[in-house]
Design a protein around this ligand. Structure first.
Ligand SMILES: [Fe+2]
Length: 162
């Protein structure tokens, strides 16, 4: 069954959103590196690579459905933040936004009875639960520890192990 034009356009939009996410996290990685927080920088670099993989998953899916992929322009990300907590709060809010996008795609796939797209999106629904848990968990930890230099240093060391 052929994928609809509307669904193809919506997935192309999501490809852009994934590359935008990748760039946001790459900029966060550069910010942390500049602050001397190499563990957080490393964590964000991994996150950046995951987002590129997400974009590639959607691209591969459109290829398989015989649909046209449009390689998007990537928005220039924000480059400075107040502190580590500010960065992770932004990342957490961003993941919640991405989840809402994935849910909208799922709504659309359901209303079109596009079962193949629903099945593909299921992976992203699970992935978003994990992403929110990861970023939200770091926010909670920094808030709990008090966001001072000592606790940021501790969390930085912990995140270097990702
Ligand atoms: Fe993603």
């Amino acid at each position: 069954m052929k994928i609809s034009e509307a669904m193809t356009a919506a997935i192309n939009d999501q490809i852009k959103a994934e590359f935008d996410s990748a760039y946001i996290y790459l900029a966060m990685s550069a910010y942390f590196e500049d602050c001397g927080l190499s563990g957080m920088s490393h964590w964000m670099q991994k996150q950046y690579k995951e987002e590129v993989e997400h974009a590639e998953k959607f691209i591969e899916y459109l290829y398989r459905r015989g649909a046209r992929v449009i390689i998007p322009e990537i928005a220039r990300p924000k480059e400075s933040y107040n502190d580590a907590l500010d960065v992770f709060r932004t990342a957490y809010a961003h993941e919640q936004y991405v989840t809402s996008r994935i849910y909208k795609l799922m709504d659309m796939a359901e209303s079109e009875k596009d079962y193949a797209t629903q099945s593909m999106l299921k992976w992203f629904v699970d992935e978003q639960t994990e992403e929110e848990d990861n970023t939200g968990g770091i926010v909670a930890k920094l808030e709990f520890l008090g966001n001072d230099k000592h606790s940021v240093y501790m969390v930085d060391r912990e995140l270097s192990a990702r």
